[in-house]
Design a protein around this ligand. Structure first.
Ligand SMILES: [Zn+2]
Length: 360
């Protein structure tokens, strides 16, 4: 099966104006075409391209070759298998720029072009017929308007999270309701959900870069147009909160940087250590703390009576200021996990056991 592009300008378009899906167009070749596509055969696929400057250029129909007989006055019979007049397929939007260039170089009087297989006409066919938003190896090019829609949505989500001092977690698509918002926007563009998530995360990196926030989720930078759009859409008045991050985010940043550093080569690490300013940059941190009940702490320490309630060893040292054994009071169910600040939910432990409880 071969794929063809038939191109008509407006003068030859009248035949196609009233045609309906499933109908057959008999192609009166010698009048409209300079020479026959003589190796066309039954079941080949024909994309009907309208090449006029007066209307949007693109594919208006997909047809299948029903019959070929060059002795006939109408040698090629085409059956319409897809009517795209309501939603014209513009091949260059889907990465078919080279093909479009070839089509545009063709004679205006109505002519044809046979695709070579490496131009991926099957991919184009799949895109059109199955309404796929993207296919492997073919990336849709988005317009500025489309990308602006996405960037606006990402910006809203980000500012909302940011104003609430929520953990930014290297991700804009978490929690799942953010993901849903992004998918809804994607369906309007249309963009695949995966691409929309990926682009959203890249916009999130761009935002952080513009704000000098040292948060990066490891994805590549925005494609050029997306970056331009992001810079336009992000409202500069929000840049004023420079370097204010919440504590969870700061810890997360370090955690991610540790991963990166560990993965890197020793040589790179040492090079960076040579370059690096020896004084660490200061950042302001917004954090949420719980006001703990002093009665609980004293009661638990009394219950423990100088012995770690986990390993049963004596406290490692005596406090200088009040000569009491040094133990730390740990909540069994964390306050952050809605645990109670009560004697029952707390144990007195040595510093080793305390670390173990948190990190082991
Ligand atoms: Zn212990």
């Amino acid at each position: 099966m071969n794929f063809w592009q038939f191109k008509f300008n407006s003068e030859y378009w009248t035949n196609w104006e009233n045609i309906q899906l499933g109908e057959i167009e008999e192609w009166q070749s010698p009048k409209t075409i300079n020479k026959e596509p003589n190796n066309i055969s039954i079941n080949d696929i024909v994309f009907i391209y309208r090449g006029s400057t007066k209307v949007r250029r693109g594919i208006y129909f997909v047809a299948k070759v029903l019959n070929v007989d060059f002795t006939d006055k109408y040698p090629i019979k085409l059956k319409i298998v897809k009517d795209l007049r309501e939603n014209i397929f513009v091949p260059e939007n889907f990465g078919f720029e080279k093909v479009v260039k070839k089509i545009n170089d063709l004679n205006q009087n109505g002519t044809y072009y046979k695709f070579s297989q490496n131009e991926n006409p099957k991919g184009m066919y799949d895109l059109i017929i199955n309404n796929k938003k993207s296919i492997k190896g073919v990336r849709k090019k988005y317009t500025k308007e489309e990308l602006t829609k996405l960037a606006n949505e990402v910006f809203k989500i980000y500012i909302d999270k940011y104003n609430k001092n929520e953990n930014l977690q290297y991700s804009i698509v978490q929690p799942s309701n953010n993901k849903k918002i992004i998918h809804t926007t994607a369906s309007k563009i249309p963009m695949s959900n995966g691409t929309a998530e990926n682009y959203s995360e890249r916009l999130f990196n761009l935002w952080n870069k513009l704000n000098n926030f040292d948060i990066h989720n490891g994805l590549e930078d925005c494609p050029k147009l997306l970056e331009e759009v992001g810079i336009e859409v992000f409202d500069k008045k929000y840049f004023l909160k420079e370097n204010i991050l919440n504590l969870i985010t700061v810890e997360k940043v370090l955690e991610e940087e540790l991963k990166k550093s560990k993965k890197d080569t020793k040589e790179n690490r040492l090079n960076r250590l040579n370059d690096k300013d020896k004084k660490p940059p200061k950042i302001e941190v917004v954090s949420t703390q719980y006001k703990r009940n002093s009665d609980v702490i004293i009661e638990v320490l009394e219950r423990a009576n100088g012995t770690c309630e986990k390993c049963k060893n004596p406290a490692p040292f005596i406090r200088k200021k009040d000569k009491t054994p040094y133990l730390e009071v740990h909540h069994i169910i964390r306050l952050a996990d809605n645990g109670n600040d009560t004697v029952e939910n707390a144990i007195a432990v040595c510093p080793n056991c305390h670390r173990e409880l948190h990190y082991a």
